[in-house]
Design a protein around this ligand. Structure first.
Ligand SMILES: [Cu+2]
Length: 415
């Protein structure tokens, strides 16, 4: 379920609080019902895509002209559909070009891509305006991969022609790779696709005006095609019809018997600049880069714990995430013990701001009429964002941009 939120309050804290209401975790990987959070697969192994135009919305009320790959039988969407295949599948991608210039797709990390139809381009075979091309390859290695335009990428990828391919290993869909250590909870699989946008560049392309690619200055940054706080909303919220994928990461505390498996987080950077990216207060285990498990020359496990991971342009990472309840979560007490200092010892920072003496955020006093809780069930929220803080904005207004939230539910889930 999702709540309709007027555009004029979407970027406010109120909107954030509203968004956090009504976010049931997906309890099933049934294909027919796309989950409200987490990765949304389009299944193949044959995919019919079109390169086309449309608009996305930003949390500050802006509207940006985009190009994107969409399903031939579906609406415009940013990013392109997440193409999920199984290791060993022969993947066929039929691309139809609805743009007025040649377009193509390259598949970094895939071997032996063959094509038929189209016309020769610099990097691969292209579909001419109104035409089509077919790409075929065998998905030999499991992992997370980008697919993106191979035609004037500085222009076409910036305009939005990108998406992600997930190759499931032969060990099964509960594993990231063919290694027992990569087993994860399939209810908690998250894909965070990063991208950056210069709205003046997009306006110039829309209006057929000249532009200087060297003068690109990004003003918006997106995860799964959305800027924060829209990124924290459900998949398929009605107010973002062209941006179907949310980016909220939701987990529960690790428990050796009731919740032993980690979440799987997939990063992919479709933007042109590198992004230092982290969830506050938590480390993740980096297990793979660019669709290859981290292993040493003798096959030793070289995965590692990391806080801020810089995701380079064009790069992908796979990370496992166990949230460990080191503060002994209690539903009746505070995880961090608090002794409120005496009033005379509290600091008035600037004559306006009053420090309550508690490490917990929040307000004192009566709740507004109709509000029964500041969150659903005592869950925690952590920011998860680009540490290049200029990117933590929507057109210079913070906070926004390349950010989402980590939600940690109480042990046993939100009841
Ligand atoms: Cu931070």
């Amino acid at each position: 379920m999702s709540l309709p939120i007027p555009r004029n309050v979407r970027s406010s804290l109120l909107a954030l609080l509203l968004i956090t209401l009504g976010l049931p975790i997906s309890t099933s990987t049934v294909r027919a019902v796309p989950p409200l959070i987490g990765v949304v697969c389009t299944y193949g192994p044959t995919f019919n895509l079109r390169a086309t135009t449309g608009y996305i919305y930003t949390p500050d009320g802006n509207r940006i002209f985009m190009w994107s790959f969409a399903r031939s039988d579906g609406p415009f969407q940013v990013p392109g559909p997440v193409l999920c295949v199984n290791q060993g599948d022969t993947v066929i991608i039929n691309l139809t070009n609805e743009l007025s210039e040649p377009v193509s797709i390259v598949f970094p990390g895939q071997d032996g891509v063959a094509f038929s139809g189209g016309t020769p381009g610099l990097l691969t075979q292209e579909a001419p305006p109104g035409g089509s091309v077919r790409y075929t390859f065998v998905a030999r290695e499991p992992g997370t991969y980008l697919y993106e335009s191979g035609t004037n990428p500085h222009r076409q990828v910036q305009m939005g022609l990108y998406g992600v391919i997930i190759v499931r290993p032969s060990m099964g869909p509960d594993y990231a790779y063919n290694d027992p250590s990569t087993r994860f909870d399939p209810r908690r699989e998250y894909l965070l696709v990063l991208h950056d946008i210069d709205p003046y560049f997009h306006a110039a392309v829309e209006q057929g005006l000249p532009y200087d690619p060297g003068a690109i200055e990004d003003r918006y940054w997106t995860i799964n095609g959305r800027s924060f706080p829209d990124s924290a909303a459900d998949n398929f919220v009605p107010w973002l019809p062209e941006q179907p994928y949310g980016a909220l990461v939701r987990v529960e505390p690790y428990d050796p018997t009731t919740n032993p498996l980690p979440a799987l987080i997939r990063y992919a950077n479709a933007g042109m600049v590198n992004h230092p990216f982290h969830p506050h207060g938590n480390h993740l285990r980096v297990i793979a880069r660019d669709g290859r498990l981290l292993r040493g020359p003798n096959g030793e496990d070289t995965s590692f714990e990391d806080f801020t991971r810089t995701v380079a342009s064009g790069q992908t990472y796979d990370l496992l995430f166990w949230w460990t309840d080191v503060e002994a979560w209690s539903s009746t007490g505070n995880p961090v013990p608090v002794q409120i200092p005496g009033l005379q010892n509290l600091v008035f920072k600037d004559g306006v701001t009053f420090y309550s003496g508690s490490p917990y955020l929040g307000e004192k006093g009566e709740l507004p009429v109709g509000v029964v809780s500041y969150n659903q069930c005592g869950e925690f929220y952590f920011p998860w964002h680009s540490h290049a803080l200029n990117e933590f904005t929507n057109f210079d207004e913070g906070f926004g941009g390349l950010a989402t939230l980590l939600r940690v539910d109480p042990p046993g889930g939100c009841r």
